[in-house]
Design a protein around this ligand. Structure first.
Ligand SMILES: C[C@H](N)C(=O)N[C@@H](CCCCN)C(=O)O
Length: 454
């Protein structure tokens, strides 16, 4: 996940460079960024969850890592000089002309990569739930996400520098993307090694089972229908989509937003923004420990939404009026704190309320709803940015107030769902506020087939 998250954001600090070098407008950049999620939205993620529950962690993980490598290679080719001027480039550039051929093919590669990346995300969550069942699961998930965030920190730090590899006068997006593609190949090898370790772990689990233990229930397709008909599922999924839509799409535009508001170059903007993932990386595992020991998952979700609203309003209204690096830096740090609360509380809560046999599908369906937002919001933000800046050609002069207010309004809606979840939890005792370790020994709410959370 470390290398996958690096690849996801490798172009984020290079928005202005790709605009100048390959003619990608903010709109085109928005379409490219949203492409990561398109196939997932059109059902791939649902299929991925079913594959995961049917075929298991080892098969699905290896498949997902391989898909990521294929998608990355396509994207690398699309932005390279080799692709420029080819027949494919001419043909791709001949229709929907506002989206250059390189942007279209890069978006296609990113779309393939996105299928692998999201499939890997649910696979890793299910693997952690299996390995840490009854133990410090929230800490383990927090540590996994922390490692992924360090990947984002690393790429925001090195991507602009790698782009200058050939010299500051001749920057290129190819070197950073090629670097991250190579890392994905290493990631695939790492996962293949993990499959051997996991096989050995399964043998240990089998050996520890009592001979007359009842056979575990198999995953059924009707489980997917049951998950969909649950109110609790929809509240969790809505909270997830609203919250994450105000974070990941923001991440794509953040460096440029800071450049425009503070009048700084891409490297300085990335140097400020990279503290966002690093703050989240430092705190998520600690909050995971807190959740394991003390609980308060639903409260954490509410606090997180409040912090996010404050930060996006700061970027929208305060930073343009008071363009200070200290202010930008403080808001980035607070947003990092917010971004450690939701992941630390949300993902480990899912195994508390879902049965293990369809945990893969449960994660995939939440990811699916979330992906709809992640797919649409970069596009919407790109459009709002273009519409709010008529006649502005210089990518350093955009006014980001409206896009930032849009992100803040997502936070307000997420807050509403967070409060609803907490109220429901206090009425129906789902155990979301309880410590993780204790609740693992309690009965899961969603126990038998056909039963919903209610
Ligand atoms: C974007 C992705 N669907 C997502 O939600 N990522 C989460 C992590 C989910 C757990 C992955 N094993 C994130 O906070 O990055």
């Amino acid at each position: 996940m470390f290398f996958a998250y690096m690849f996801v954001d490798v172009m984020s600090p290079l928005q202005s460079l790709i605009e100048t070098q390959r003619g990608w407008s903010p709109d085109a950049f928005g379409y490219y960024a949203g492409a990561e999620y398109i196939l997932n939205v059109f059902g791939f993620l649902i299929l991925a969850g079913i594959i995961l529950d049917k075929m298991g962690v080892r098969f699905t993980g290896t498949l997902s890592a391989s898909i990521m490598v294929v998608g990355a290679c396509i994207k690398l080719y699309a932005i390279s000089d080799w692709f420029q001027g080819t027949a494919l480039d001419h043909w791709l550039s001949s229709w929907w002309v506002s989206m250059p051929g390189s942007a279209k093919l890069a978006a296609f590669g990113f779309l393939i990569f996105g299928c692998g990346c999201e499939m890997a995300g649910i696979t890793v969550s299910k693997a952690i739930a299996k390995w840490f069942n009854g133990k410090e699961m929230a800490f383990a998930m927090g540590a996994e996400m922390a490692i992924a965030r360090i990947g984002v920190f690393a790429i925001f730090s090195i991507s602009p520098r790698l782009a200058d590899w050939m010299g500051k006068d001749d920057p290129t997006v190819v070197v950073p993307v090629a670097f991250c593609t190579a890392l994905l190949c290493i990631g695939l090898i790492c996962f293949i090694i993990f499959t051997f370790i996991d096989r050995a772990f399964d043998k240990q689990l089998d050996a520890a089972k009592l001979p007359d233990a009842p056979a575990e229930e198999e995953f059924k397709l009707s489980d997917v229908k049951n998950i969909f008909s649950s109110k609790l599922f929809w509240i969790v999924a809505m909270l997830c989509v609203l919250y994450y839509s105000a974070i990941f799409p923001f991440q794509r535009y953040a460096a440029n937003m800071l450049q425009c508001n503070l009048g700084i170059d891409a490297t300085t903007a990335s140097d400020i923004f990279r503290w966002f993932p690093i703050g989240a990386a430092a705190l998520t595992p600690l909050l995971g420990i807190y959740l394991d020991v003390k609980g308060k998952g639903a409260t954490m979700l509410i606090v997180s939404a409040v912090l996010m609203i404050m930060c996006h309003c700061t970027f929208a209204l305060l930073l343009p009026a008071f363009p200070s690096k200290a202010l930008a830096f403080s808001a980035i740090i607070v947003l990092g704190i917010s971004f450690s609360l939701v992941p630390a509380a949300l993902w480990p809560s899912v195994p508390k309320i879902m049965d293990e046999r369809f945990l893969g599908s449960a994660y995939s369906l939440i990811f699916w709803v979330q992906n709809i937002g992640l797919c649409l919001f970069p596009i919407l933000i790109g459009k709002v940015l273009t519409a709010s800046n008529p006649g502005v050609d210089n990518p350093m002069e955009y006014n980001y107030t409206n896009p930032m207010l849009l992100f803040a309004s997502l936070g307000v809606l997420a807050l509403f769902f967070g409060i609803w979840l907490k109220v429901l939890d206090s009425k129906k005792h789902y155990g979301l506020e309880k410590p993780n370790i204790v609740s693992n020994t309690e009965e899961k709410v969603f126990e038998s087939e056909g039963e919903t959370f209610e």
